[in-house]
Ligand binder design. Structure first.
Ligand SMILES: C[S@@+](CC[C@H](N)C(=O)[O-])C[C@H]1O[C@@H](n2cnc3c(N)ncnc32)[C@H](O)[C@@H]1O
Length: 258
């Protein structure tokens, strides 16, 4: 059943409801050669290694939940690495694309904050990519608390991604675009969260950050110029779990329940 988008102002849960929004996400945001695809190529091996190491260290089967799974980018990469994978999203149209990419994952459409309850009780691993940054502050908190309640304690893992760091070199361009947006009103989302604010939010929601990774140091604009090759080499060099991750554009936090 399709959710009816509410009237403006845009609510984040409505943003990816329409076929047009889904097509834009797949064809432009994650189109061939896009900046987001470049970042995912850097991020994917690190994420796969965390999941594979976690699986290897556990005695029993590993059950994964990918919250806000969207078109299935993350869950389709991780489903071969776990024993059971479940993806949940509020947009029927996003999940319809995910169904084409996934082989084994169980994909559900629904709102985890409203009855009927669609979540299982104890997931070993929860991932959530490109959700937190643009969700409204209250929604972020409610979702994180709900995810905390269904993550196995004390040894479960939450891997959460924030795709706009306010302490990165992209921030001057974001400020300029925010200023332009006041008159042009394109509806583009220009949010940013700092690593410290994210860690605080996670802590207040019952998680302790145990590892932090960063991807993409240079302004994305450089990737659209003739310096693209050099920019890619620099970003590759600085990607991962290192001192620079507090300044990377795209952040990935590995958390334990606390
Ligand atoms: C930017 S997309 C990210 C999709 C996917 N995680 C990825 O990284 O490609 C954000 C997703 O969050 C979903 N979403 C927004 N609000 C939600 C909510 N309240 N519950 C579940 N999913 C939600 C949207 O439908 C959309 O698919």
């Amino acid at each position: 059943m399709s959710r009816q988008p509410s009237a403006s102002p845009v609510v984040y849960s409505d943003r990816f409801q329409t076929p047009a929004a889904v097509a834009e996400y797949e064809a432009q945001e994650y189109g061939a050669g896009s900046y987001a695809s470049f970042i995912w190529d850097l991020q994917r091996p690190a994420l796969e290694k965390i999941v594979a190491d976690f699986r290897r260290a556990r005695p029993g089967p590993v059950r994964l939940l990918d919250f806000a799974c969207g078109t299935g980018r993350v869950i389709s990469a991780l489903e071969p690495l776990v024993d059971a994978a479940e993806g949940i999203d509020i947009s029927e149209n996003m999940v319809a694309v995910a169904r084409k990419k996934c082989r084994a994952a169980r994909l559900l459409v629904g709102d985890i904050l409203s009855p009927p309850e669609i979540l299982q009780k104890e997931y070993d691993l929860i991932t959530s990519f490109r959700f937190l940054l643009n969700a409204e502050p209250e929604l972020r908190r409610c979702i994180l608390k709900k995810l905390r309640a269904v993550l196995r304690a004390p040894d479960g893992l939450l891997i959460v991604n924030v795709h706009g760091n306010s302490h990165s070199l992209r921030q001057p361009a974001i400020r300029w675009r925010r200023w332009r947006e006041r008159t042009q009103k394109t509806g583009v989302m220009l949010n940013a969260l700092s690593p410290a604010a994210t860690r605080r939010l996670l802590h207040e929601s019952g998680f302790q950050v145990v590892r932090q990774f960063g991807f993409g140091i240079l302004p994305p604009t450089l990737h659209r110029t003739s310096l693209r090759g050099a920019a890619a080499a620099v970003d590759r060099f600085f990607a991962g779990e290192n001192f620079w991750c507090d300044f990377s554009i795209d952040l990935m936090f590995v958390c334990r329940p606390c």
